[in-house]
Design a protein around this ligand. Structure first.
Ligand SMILES: [Zn+2]
Length: 216
């Protein structure tokens, strides 16, 4: 059996005193990841510094909406989509990947029609964003005791896990070293790249997009 693959992604930061410690853990483990940042958090200079530190360390920076409040499919007007996407992209600035990584707000990690609106999809295509979802949400922010078990079950259960965990207070930090150790013990490999199965749009085209991921 081929080794399992795991792509770690850290959402909803940067968070001072959390993201910096996660960067140290990843550095020690030699793991490169993606940080999907919330735009309005970057107006805090300390948080913006941590985004730069992550970028300097070789992690990728992705856009995870500006307010992270109402999913794009739950508020379908074009202006809302543009603000949520572009106000964040502007703050990421030159730290963006050339392929412009964007992850919609899932509202508790859910996959469904609330993820995108038609206006949001059209914009992501026109501006050539790489729109990325996930296939592993172990629930670090709501299940401090159980999330590593959940994560390991998800890693064992599929060939390539794209895992959403969080660099927030009460997120994954406390048990991240344990997760890394257990994934390593399983013989799985950490990847920075993202499989096409969770890429909705790329370079102006749809990839694994489905009508079930967009509001009418
Ligand atoms: Zn999020």
């Amino acid at each position: 059996m081929a080794a399992k693959q795991v792509t770690l992604t850290f959402d909803n930061g940067p968070t001072p005193h959390v993201t910096d410690r996660i960067l140290e853990i990843l550095d020690r483990a030699g793991i490169k990841t993606t940080f999907f940042v919330i735009g309005q958090r970057l107006d805090d200079a300390a948080a913006a510094d941590l985004m730069r530190a992550a970028h300097t360390a070789g992690h990728w920076i992705g856009n995870h909406t500006f307010t992270h409040s109402v999913a794009l499919g739950d508020r379908t007007d074009r202006d809302y989509a543009l603000r949520e996407i572009e106000d964040t992209q502007q703050r990421i600035g030159s730290l963006t990947r050339p392929e412009k990584l964007f992850r919609p707000y899932g509202n508790d990690g859910l996959i469904g029609r609330h993820l995108l609106s038609r206006a949001a999809l059209d914009h992501l295509l026109a501006e050539r964003y790489t729109t990325i979802t996930w296939n592993s949400v172990p629930g670090d922010w709501k299940d401090a005791d159980g999330w590593v078990e959940t994560a390991m079950a998800q890693v064992r259960g599929q060939d390539w896990s794209v895992m959403v965990i969080h660099d927030i207070e009460a997120g994954c930090l406390a048990r991240l070293p344990e997760l890394i150790q257990r994934v390593t013990d399983l013989g799985a490999t950490f990847e920075q790249t993202i499989p096409r199965s969770v890429i909705l749009t790329e370079a102006g085209r749809t990839v694994s997009m489905s009508p079930d991921l967009m509001a009418d």
